[in-house]
Design a protein around this ligand. Structure first.
Ligand code: SF4
Length: 384
């Protein structure tokens, strides 16, 4: 059947380009393509990411003719925010609906001296780690670069609006103003939300370029962290293309245990993973250390013997260790180690000379705590 004769098109429908996820190189290429000067790329990048503008008409230093031209062929479109929750400890969680109906969660965690945004890179995850609620959803799709950067864009915009309100509220109270502004800026980004970032390499790297870009968010490489379960070949590629900070989801002191709880280990065992980490840091004196993430699972990986094995395994590795109390979720087969066991485990690592942090649970009252980040997305998506 010839559709054009059956259903003649009266108007050509052209999908507008979404400029939200374009890094500087991509933006310059876009402006070259439409016969405009490269400096326009910088102007538009600043409007989008530094001023949070999503309407070309508001770009006052861009000529009216170009604003009209851009509005015809392009757009700045972030996913729709369908829920914003604030926890009593200041943690903020956004649930955003993507095109096609999927949803993702993003969490902002304010602390005394920093504000960390936990960003998702995929809808669901294919790696099936046994202790992870996202894994239970299976894998749906990779996020595009604009869907990844949109999470920072939304957070940055929201926090700026809160800061403006605070400015009005705290007039004359400079101490309060300083405290509020400290609590309301994204200073660090961790790709630790839903998904394995290194399995969505190109889109993640393009979004990171924007995070680091001076004309966008200007974050330093040390303040952007990729957390990976250990996709070894991609780690090597990452070193060449975008050597940001690294966190490794290790969670076990030996292959026997790790095979059970991080199935990717069967493909890239611990030895290969640690040697890829060493390669990642080789020849760069500025990068000091990577983070080892270790979820504390009662009776699985939390014995004193396990702690001593971990000490031996990480000997001479430039790393610090984050112990993460497990957050149970419905139908999970694990429970969290007791605080006594966690402290004993921590002491063994500490006495062996490691910097060890037991991660505090944050945003508990809105299910934003680590491991719960995406736990209810699927249910919520269904309900919505
Ligand atoms: S822990 Fe990370 S890599 Fe493992 S299933 Fe969950 S989201 Fe995927």
């Amino acid at each position: 059947m010839n559709l054009s004769t059956e259903f003649p098109l009266t108007q050509t429908t052209v999908k507008k380009r979404n400029l939200l996820g374009y890094d500087l190189a991509h933006m310059k290429a876009f402006f070259a393509e439409i016969n405009e000067k490269p400096f326009r790329a910088v102007q538009v990048l600043k409007w989008i990411h530094q001023f949070g503008v999503d309407d070309f008409a508001k770009m006052s230093n861009v000529s009216q003719a170009l604003r009209a031209k851009l509005a015809d062929i392009a757009q700045i479109k972030a996913p729709e925010i369908i829920m914003e929750q604030k926890a009593s400890d200041g943690t903020i969680k956004w649930l955003m609906r993507l095109e096609g109906g999927n949803s993702i969660e993003t969490v902002f965690i304010p602390e005394d001296n920093r504000g960390t945004l936990c960003v998702s890179s995929q809808v669901g995850c294919a790696l099936d780690c046994g202790f992870c609620s996202t894994a239970k959803q299976g894998f749906n799709r990779n996020l595009s670069s604009d869907e990844i950067i949109a999470q920072l864009w939304v957070a940055h915009r929201t926090l700026n609006q809160l800061a403006d309100h605070s400015e009005a509220r705290t007039k004359g109270n400079s101490q309060q103003k300083i405290q509020d502004s400290k609590n309301r800026a994204v200073t660090n980004v961790v790709l630790m939300g839903m998904g394995e970032p290194l399995l969505n390499f190109n889109n993640v790297v393009e979004a990171i370029h924007l995070m680091l870009e001076d004309h966008a968010y200007g974050l330093s490489k040390r303040r952007v962290t990729i957390s990976t379960a250990g996709v070894v070949p991609a780690l090597k590629r990452l070193r060449e293309e975008c050597d940001v900070s690294l966190a490794i989801s290790l969670h076990a002191p030996n292959d026997q245990i790790r095979d059970q709880i991080v199935p990717l280990n069967k493909k890239y065992p611990i030895k290969e993973l640690l040697s890829a980490c060493q390669y990642y840091f080789s020849g760069d004196t500025k990068k000091k250390q990577f983070t080892v993430e270790y979820v504390m699972l009662a009776g699985v990986n939390d014995s004193e013997k396990n702690a001593r094995e971990l000490v031996a395994l990480l000997k001479k590795m430039p790393c610090k260790i984050n112990l993460i109390p497990f957050n149970p979720f419905p139908n999970s087969h694990f429970s969290c180690s007791s605080s006594q066991v966690i402290n004993r485990f921590k002491d063994i690592l500490y006495k062996a000379g490691y910097v060890v942090v037991v991660r505090k649970t944050r945003g508990d009252d809105i299910d934003a705590a680590c491991g719960q980040l995406a736990g209810k997305v699927r249910d919520k998506s269904r309900r919505l």
